[in-house]
Write a protein that binds this ligand. Structure first.
Ligand SMILES: *Cc1c(COP(=O)(O)O)cnc(C)c1O
Length: 495
């Protein structure tokens, strides 16, 4: 362990401080009648900051004339680490370097589209007039922000073939729920109350059935065929007056374009249902094909995937929902107002769309598709490729061809040793050893070749030294935690 891998509490020495500001006049009267006694407020010493105990709180509260239940008073001074400025800087800099992101390396996480986030997006989002916006500002002071929302609505309508979008949802799953509620509203408004079921393919992203369940709808699973596409014959057997609609991802989670989409749309509409398009993975279709033209009625986009805004670790995101003419009357109004989801993310995505423009945005999908097929073809003699057809932006291997007891988890962990983020593993559930690779369009040929070389090396290691892989990773700050315990009972607090 390196010295600075220590916790900041372990670096602490009583009395050591990271700042020394001049002392203002003692016990300054604050405008709201409280008395400033907090060392932190006036830049005093660390031990003064720790004095924020019951005494100070009660004094302050008494002065402010309010009552605070004594149960919530701190009984002992706050145990803050006492460290110098350089300790703080090194501690956080070292922590940041234990992190992995698209700015540090290749991140082929299937279904997540971890494309590079161009820094121009960040510059635009940092313009003070945007960065300092408040939802309660008077309308006439936020015209520019409204213009962004209106412009984005037009851009997304042009890209998707939908009529209009709402920007309220803050994630893909949030968009799904919003879209399904619109679907339910559509049927209800027609007095069609028996439509309580939603069809979801077995290859769907887990959020699809989850959102349907949260919306109070029952889920009916439609199988995929051998070739990974929706089984249209099986679908016919599921359609009826109880079907609210179908949720489809196209290209689907295996990276395959659902070629029968026109027929699927006719069948679902024919039985009175609606088509929901999960556009989280719209990347390969940008500027080429539009869900609106395929017959979809409602859709969401993940701006934090397809449109290059930062994500990972659960946020931030934006999942705008678009609708066709049919569903438009149910979209909330006003479509443009002060409270509008993750505005900074919408703005970044708008910058990205304007930067590329109508013609160049097509290249994103083309290069993403080329990169995925290039990796697939370069590795299929080492890794099991269950569906050999041409893919779109991503594809799935089913473990090593010659596994020698080495699992997908071992391969994923070993990749970390070589400085690459692991692909998505054990998803989709159709294959037991799934490795789902999405390189995106923003990687150079050299990076793709380096990844291919490492994947081949790991396949070699599996043959010659499987133990090495079972124990991987060997070069990371944390080895192989018990994943369930780490997720269910994480220890996040210093004791
Ligand atoms: C990522 C993803 C989602 C969910 O998006 P979140 O923003 O994580 O809620 C839904 N569907 C597909 C196909 C996805 O890849």
């Amino acid at each position: 362990m390196k010295y600075y891998d220590k916790l900041i509490f372990e670096l602490s020495k009583p009395g050591r401080i990271g700042f020394s500001l001049p002392r203002p006049a003692d016990r300054q009267q604050l405008p709201f009648g409280n008395t400033a006694t907090l060392g932190t407020l006036r830049g005093g010493t660390a031990s003064e900051a720790q004095r924020w105990g019951p005494k100070d709180v009660s004094e302050g509260q008494a002065a402010a004339g309010s009552k605070v239940c004594s149960k919530v008073w701190r009984e002992a001074p706050l145990d803050l680490p006492e460290v110098s400025e350089v300790d703080v800087v090194r501690h956080y800099t070292n922590l940041s370097q234990m992190n992995f992101g698209v700015d540090t390396g290749f991140y082929p996480l299937g279904s997540c589209t971890m494309k590079y986030n161009p820094k121009i997006n960040e510059e635009i989002a940092g313009i003070p007039g945007f960065a300092g916006l408040h939802p309660l500002q008077p309308n006439e002071t936020v015209k520019g922000a409204f213009e962004v929302l209106v412009g984005m609505d037009k851009a997304l309508a042009a890209i998707t073939g939908m009529k209009h979008f709402t920007f309220l949802p803050c994630a893909g799953a949030h968009g799904e729920l919003t879209g399904l509620m619109l679907m339910r509203e559509y049927h209800m408004s027609r007095g069609d109350t028996a439509r309580t079921k939603v069809i979801v393919p077995d290859s769907a992203h887990g959020t699809n059935p989850a959102s349907a369940a949260v919306c109070g709808l029952d889920i009916v699973v439609v199988k995929s065929k051998e070739d990974g596409l929706v089984d249209v014959e099986a679908l016919k057997g599921l359609l009826g007056p109880d079907i609210a609609g179908i949720m489809l991802t196209n290209p689907n989670t295996l990276g395959l374009f659902e070629r029968d989409i026109k027929q699927i749309a006719e069948l679902v509409h024919g039985c009175g249902g609606l088509l929901y398009y999960d556009g989280a993975n719209m990347n390969p279709l940008l500027g080429m094909v539009r869900p609106g033209d395929m017959g979809f009625d409602i859709m969401h986009l993940n701006l934090h995937k397809t449109f290059s805004t930062p994500h990972g670790g659960g946020g931030p995101g934006a999942g705008p929902v678009g609708v066709s003419d049919k569903v438009l009357p149910f979209l909330h109004i006003p479509r443009v107002s002060g409270f509008h989801g993750n505005f900074g993310i919408i703005l970044r995505a708008y910058a990205y769309i304007l930067m590329l423009g109508r013609e160049h945005i097509k290249l994103a999908g083309k290069f993403a598709t080329l990169s995925a097929n290039y990796i697939k073809e370069s590795l299929k003699d080492c890794y099991k490729l269950p569906i050999p057809s041409v893919c779109k932006h991503e594809f799935v291997f089913d473990g090593l061809l010659d596994d020698n007891g080495v699992t997908t988890l071992d391969v994923a962990k070993r990749l970390l040793d070589y400085g690459f983020h692991a692909p998505t593993i054990y998803f989709p559930l159709l294959f037991h050893q799934a490795i789902m690779i999405e390189p995106t369009e923003t990687e150079s040929l050299e990076t793709l070749d380096a990844f291919i070389a490492v994947m081949r090396k790991i396949a070699e290691e599996a043959k010659t030294d499987p133990e090495l892989l079972h124990g991987a990773p060997h070069n990371t700050p944390i080895g192989r935690p018990d994943e369930t315990t780490a997720a269910r009972q994480p220890v996040l607090k210093y004791e």
